[in-house]
Design a protein around this ligand. Structure first.
Ligand code: PRP
Ligand code: MN
Ligand code: MG
Length: 181
């Protein structure tokens, strides 16, 4: 395989920039949830890197659970079809839930996920996403923690895939046109 760096047109965020922003978000989250037990709920598979690094920036112990929800399949556009591929192991009634995501694009995945989790009687549900795209205005969602607002470009790396590839890049960037052809 070629080096993945050759497939990027532009690096939007370096590993260092991502970690610095996650550290800031973790500090804010820790302050906001003082005295409360927080359950981090990651959305597979894109959120694996954000979850792993965000939780390690938190100074105290938290719980973690996962849902697998897919709305994209293998393409670059949302299909609009949201499916639960794996549900939570945890009963979240009375719990403070913080959903952890890599990116909000159309907002379809998160508005659906949040409504689904809210129907289970949690004490609270908030959202933390590393990236947010401008199209999210189509579906208004209240997002408490946002790492970076980005332009409407398809990005990969740090958990984000194109046809399941490039998740293991440490930085986030746009793909060179040759990758699509
Ligand atoms: C991607 C991304 C978000 C969602 C955002 O997941 O990780 O979960 O799309 O898009 P939306 O705001 O338009 O709904 P995807 O469905 O590609 O699954 P993956 O995390 O396994 O890559
Ligand atoms: Mn995802
Ligand atoms: Mg994907």
């Amino acid at each position: 395989a070629e080096h993945m760096g050759d497939d990027l047109a532009e690096v939007l965020f370096t590993e260092e920039q991502i970690q610095a922003r996650l550290a800031e978000l973790a500090e804010q989250i820790w302050t906001d949830y003082q005295g409360k037990d927080v359950l981090l709920v990651g959305v597979l598979k894109g959120a694996v890197m954000v979850m792993a690094d965000l939780m390690r920036h938190l100074p105290g112990s938290v719980e973690m659970d996962w849902m697998a929800i897919s709305s994209y399949g293998s393409g670059t556009k949302s299909s609009g079809v949201v499916r639960i591929l794996k549900d939570l192991d945890t009963d979240i009634s009375g719990r403070h839930v913080l959903i952890v995501e890599d990116i909000i694009d159309s907002g379809l995945t998160l508005s659906w996920t949040r409504a689904n989790l809210e129907s289970r009687g949690p004490a609270s549900v908030e959202i933390c996403t590393l990236l947010r795209k401008p199209d999210v205005v189509k579906v208004p969602i209240d997002v408490r923690y946002v790492g970076f607002d980005i332009p409407n470009e398809f990005v990969v790396g740090y958990g984000l895939d194109y046809a399941e590839r490039f998740r293991n890049l440490r930085s986030i960037g746009t793909l060179a046109p040759k990758v699509y052809s």
